[in-house]
Design a protein around this ligand. Structure first.
Ligand code: NAD
Length: 365
């Protein structure tokens, strides 16, 4: 039975690594060190029931190794759920490189990292994540073919991600407002970077009234002018009069403070881990009558795009698959309402159910 216990921070036990792996039910961790290049990395394979574990590599200046370990465990588990609920034949994995992405990058470091990815023999497929550029991945690719998202291949996943978010948002509108038209709806988009800007373009085309915030004034000005969006302050994005809140910048923006401010009927955005604590805030949004569209399902367009590259499928296939997020959202909302259970729990259960079911199909005859 596929089962993941609740993730909670615990004190270090006598055997902290295995203990943590068992808590998250991880299959494998690979700790990588190379004194010559300065590479310090952890590769995590969470679950490969559905297929090879796919998830990006993050380079981050972690305060300590435990922080890096917790991050890679949490992120790789998230990939298992995202890939499963999206109907992909992929498991969940992730890698973290411990270091300063502005100072410690080199061809040698990434090629050494590539050798570690290769050593897993295809059980883990990597891609770009925070702190990693296409050039870095080109170096990784010199040592392993288990890389996706390379320049000239499937390309920037953001348009596919934004399209999936837009589709899920429309499905939520259908349930909440009785129509999936966003014409005239007030949508607050926090962060107009890669995904946020594409989302704003879909919304503007449909006649939504769009409010935007970002820490970069120049980006804000350009996006506001191009799509006729209204600029609001960084904190005002939570209090502006809105129907839909679309977090497309940071995680944990649905928290104790903002839940007292957000006057919306739907939360649907691209950011990962939007609920500061899903067990707490997932219940509160439900009690308030707000529809929260689970982020890991809604923002799966990026990994769908990677999957297309792995399987040699077309860009059209990826967009079609992202469009299915509309129906998946309807299913989740329907189950949430009929079973009276918060949406995040339904999405987790759906991901686990598929892994259980396919795990049985794959048992030897
Ligand atoms: P990005 O870095 O291009 O854009 C993020 C934007 O948010 C930037 O413009 C940044 O200036 C802005 N920002 C940062 N702090 C802010 C704040 N406090 N208030 C308002 N704006 C702020 O990233 P992206 O690729 O567009 O991804 C957006 C989110 O979606 C991230 O959380 C990412 O993890 C998630 N996501 C992205 C993809 C993808 O395909 N790119 C896929 C899945 C999930």
């Amino acid at each position: 039975m596929f089962e993941v216990k609740e993730i909670r921070e615990t004190a270090l036990g006598e055997n902290p690594v295995i203990e943590r792996m068992s808590k998250y039910n991880h299959e494998q961790l690979l700790f990588c060190n190379d004194n010559e290049t300065g590479l310090k990395a952890i590769l995590a394979v969470h679950n490969t029931t559905l297929g090879p574990a796919l998830g990006g590599t993050r380079m981050w200046n972690y305060n300590n190794e435990l922080e890096a370990l917790n991050d890679v465990l949490r992120l790789s588990r998230g990939m298992t759920y995202k890939n499963s609920i999206s109907g992909l034949n992929l498991g969940g994995g992730k890698a973290v490189i411990i270091g300063d992405a502005r100072k410690q990058k080199s061809e040698a470091l990434f090629r050494r990292f590539g050798k570690f990815v290769e050593s897993l023999g295809g059980k883990y497929i990597t891609a770009e994540d925070v702190g990693i550029s296409p050039q870095d991945m080109t170096w990784v690719n010199m040592e392993t073919n288990h890389v996706v998202g390379l320049p000239g291949k499937s390309g920037d996943p953001s348009p596919v991600t934004a399209y999936g978010v837009y589709m899920g948002m429309k499905a939520a509108a259908k349930v909440q407002f009785g129509t999936d038209s966003l014409n005239g709806k007030k949508v607050a988009v926090q962060g107009v970077g890669h995904v946020g800007e594409y989302l704003v373009s879909h919304l503007a085309k449909e006649g939504a009234q769009v409010y935007i915030s970002d820490i970069h004034e120049d980006t804000l000005k350009r996006v506001a002018e191009q799509y006729g969006a209204t600029v609001v302050g960084l904190d005002d994005i939570y209090t502006v009069d809105m129907d839909i809140y679309a977090p497309c910048a940071l995680g944990a923006t649905v928290n104790d403070t903002t839940l007292g401010q957000l006057n919306c009927s739907i939360i649907a955005g691209a950011a990962n881990n939007q609920l500061a604590d899903e067990t707490v805030h997932g219940e509160i949004v439900k009690d308030k009558g707000i529809i929260y569209v689970p982020d890991f399902m809604l923002n799966a367009g990026g990994v769908i795009n990677c999957y297309a590259e792995v399987k040699g499928l077309s860009a059209e296939w990826a967009m079609g698959k992202a469009e299915e997020i509309y129906n998946t959202t309807l299913n989740i909302l329907d189950r949430s309402s009929s079973e009276n259970i918060p949406t995040y729990k339904i999405a987790n259960a759906m991901a686990e159910e598929r892994i259980d079911a396919i795990g049985k199909v794959k048992l030897p005859m």
